[in-house]
Design a protein around this ligand. Structure first.
Ligand code: DGL
Length: 278
């Protein structure tokens, strides 16, 4: 029962919990750290179950609920679902899994709000994993806000594994990205949402394709702003001068550990934690 719950004393110096299917969500964690340098962060990457982009809705919900409970047990004051696929399928499940006083932020609503505010009555594009695109969450939420906004979506399944392998800002990645962006249904868009944790890393190439004429919306920045706004509103902004950062994964490999630098721009150490029994 909420009333007797120890974290009812949700205090500002408790950490923010952030999770993703893997290490791509570190782009969101990094943006939060940059915007809110006094916040402690606990990050969880579900590397044992990666990628979520091809999983069933039910599995994504189950994984996400268990991770949210783990973050709550660690004393997090807020949970950020830093994964577009998990945000598409498991937002309600995560909210139901943690006590009501812990705010839950997903990476989709802040983008939807931004697009609706800045591109009402225009054509906008959304690219993401198969899971995110097949969920139709963006067109559904955008149309609900404004029926005149036209939404073109495209599953760009090759991009997340490509970026994870270090293929970005080179000729191979440019060819693949340009090929996706040249698809007919994206013609005439005025904005494009990079609806996947990994895509902030290809922002430059996307901008190169559109020659600066299309507004590129990257979830990391928009979500960090939403986190700040929510903390201010809930009176939970930290003034901790020595914030702590902890990074957990469900399956540790050297390759993941090495790749963290790509997403977090500095070397960090991943620690394996078992949420699920084998
Ligand atoms: N984190 C996922 C997302 O943002 C991409 C990787 C995956 O498919 O798990 O949609």
């Amino acid at each position: 029962m909420d009333f007797f719950y120890p974290y009812l004393l949700n205090s500002s110096n408790q950490p923010i919990g952030i999770f993703d299917s893997g290490i791509g969500g570190l782009t969101v964690a990094y943006a939060i750290k940059e915007l809110l340098p006094n916040e402690s962060l606990i990050y969880f990457g579900d590397t044992a179950h990666l990628p979520y982009g091809d999983k069933s809705a039910e599995s994504i919900k189950n994984y996400s609920k268990a991770i949210a409970q783990f973050l709550e047990e660690k004393g997090c004051k807020m949970v950020v679902i830093a994964c577009n696929t998990a945000s598409s399928y498991a937002y309600a499940a995560v909210k139901a899994a943690v006590p009501r006083h812990i705010p839950v932020i997903n990476v989709i609503d802040p983008i939807v709000d931004y697009l609706e505010k800045n591109h009402a009555n225009e054509k906008v594009g959304v690219i993401g994993t198969k899971g995110t695109i097949n969920s139709r969450v963006f067109p559904r939420k955008l149309k609900k806000k404004n029926k005149d906004i036209e939404v073109a979506t495209l599953a760009t399944s090759l991009l997340a594994p490509m970026i994870e392998e270090g293929y970005f800002n080179n000729n191979i990645s440019r060819t693949i990205i340009f090929d996706y962006l040249s698809k007919k249904n994206l013609k005439g868009i005025k904005a494009i949402a990079l609806a996947c944790t990994h895509y902030p890393l290809i922002r430059k190439t996307v901008d190169e394709y559109y020659k600066g004429k299309v507004d590129i919306v990257d979830s990391a920045q928009v979500v960090a702003l939403k986190v700040k706004e929510t903390l201010v509103k809930s009176n939970l902004l930290s003034d901790n001068k020595k914030p702590k950062y902890q990074f957990y994964v469900s399956d540790f490999t050297e390759a993941f550990d090495q790749s963290t630098r790509i997403f977090f721009h500095e070397k960090i150490s991943l620690k394996q934690v078992k949420i699920w029994q084998d």
